[in-house]
Design a protein around this ligand. Structure first.
Ligand code: MG
Length: 383
């Protein structure tokens, strides 16, 4: 049997949690994939090790200082690029087949568009891009015939359940673990520390998404992400708490059937599926042991205690520039909590205040979205 040509993969955010797990998948399936490019903000020594180990053709870093440092450490035959332009260049590298967008935050918008416009398959782990600029990103994907494959576990689950069923879809059910503070009362929530918030019960993730999971903003961003990815109205997207994170999401079909995607909490499953789709290959993820698991538990999310989820629904339904404002304000509020400037419960309050001060623009172009994003960041720092 002759092997197919290996797929060339670019990873933006190769030093983060999703990036490292993507490298793990590529290494396990070295017969199928070759690492072509990597990028990270400023983790120069990790990037240098990755260059030595995988010999990518190109690497990109966020700023000029990191560029100088990486250029001096990297192999001579590896192109080194810097800044947002560098990210976009590596995302549209001619030999690339698949671009994994695993950077955190709205910084992912332009590189995602660059990959789409050059016809790459985009494996999207960066939900902020769809939240802020979903209409533009999805239109570009349609116009350029580019596939966007979700890496977010919930959306990968929905995507898998919908294979051959999208015309029968009635409702999407996103599952949420409920985060580490599901059972705290309001006073206890006021006293949550950064260390407490950084410990997620089920998933190991980067700091931004871990805090978002604790506030339920992550689920809110995922609701907006699902709206764009699957072209479905907000009243047909619901959230249910599934404490064990074993059901990664469900679809409800017209005839009353529900299809669910189950698996262990291992991001290598959705990452790998986005790379191999429509095929499946073996993975290193541990198998599920249902008897050991015993039971699965469901409950409604508490939107009063966790107002971020309701804010995201509101921003999504208002549309225009409002989701970009929600997202940008949240990025800054989470940062301010991480540097211990504000309390945990102030995160959604700040986001709400910024949203209230914003007059949304309908059908915004990319510049208008980026301006709204910048305005919201400034406003959230000042409040
Ligand atoms: Mg998720």
């Amino acid at each position: 049997m002759t092997a197919c040509r290996k797929k060339n993969v670019v990873i933006l955010g190769s030093t983060g949690s999703i990036g490292l797990q993507t490298l793990d998948v590529i290494e396990k399936h070295a017969d199928m994939f070759k690492l072509l490019g990597i990028a990270a903000k400023n983790e120069v020594s990790v990037l240098a090790e990755q260059i030595q180990r995988y010999h990518p053709a190109a690497a990109a870093v966020g700023d000029n200082l990191s560029y100088q440092e990486l250029r001096s450490k990297a192999a001579k035959d590896c192109a080194v690029l810097s800044g947002l332009d560098g990210l976009c260049e590596i995302a549209s590298w001619p030999e690339a087949d698949i671009v994994v967008i695993a950077v955190s935050g709205a910084i992912g918008i332009k590189p995602t568009l660059a990959a789409i416009q050059s016809g790459k398959r985009v494996a999207l782990a960066n939900k902020e891009t769809l939240v802020a600029a979903g209409d533009i990103v999805m239109k570009n994907a349609r116009d350029n015939n580019a596939d966007i494959l979700p890496v977010d576990s919930e959306h990968s689950a929905v995507f898998q359940c919908l294979q051959g069923e999208s015309q029968h879809l009635k409702k999407i059910w996103l599952t949420a673990s409920g985060g580490p503070f599901k059972d705290l009362d309001k006073i206890q929530l006021d006293n949550v520390t950064v260390d407490m918030a950084l410990k997620h019960p089920n998933w190991i993730m980067g700091p931004k998404i871990t805090i978002d999971s604790a506030t339920l903003m992550n689920k809110g961003l995922e609701v907006i992400e699902a709206h764009h990815l699957f072209g479905i109205n907000y009243d047909k997207i619901d959230v249910v708490v599934q404490r064990e994170s074993i059901i990664h999401s469900m679809v409800e079909l017209l005839d009353g059937s529900f299809l669910a995607h189950l698996g262990s909490h291992d991001m290598r499953i959705p990452i790998q599926y986005a790379l191999t789709f429509p095929d499946r290959v073996v993975s290193s993820a541990p198998a599920l042991d249902f008897a050991a698991l015993g039971a699965l538990h469901f409950e409604r999310p508490d939107m009063e205690k966790f107002p971020a989820l309701a804010l995201a629904y509101r921003a999504g339904q208002m549309g225009g520039t409002m989701p970009a404002v929600l997202n940008a304000a949240n990025e800054i509020a989470v940062n301010r909590f991480l540097v211990r400037e504000i309390a945990f419960t102030a995160i959604p309050l700040l986001v709400e205040k910024v949203m209230e001060r914003h007059t949304p623009v309908n059908d915004p172009n990319l510049d208008t979205i980026l301006q709204a994003d910048e305005w919201a960041r400034r406003m959230c720092r000042e409040l």
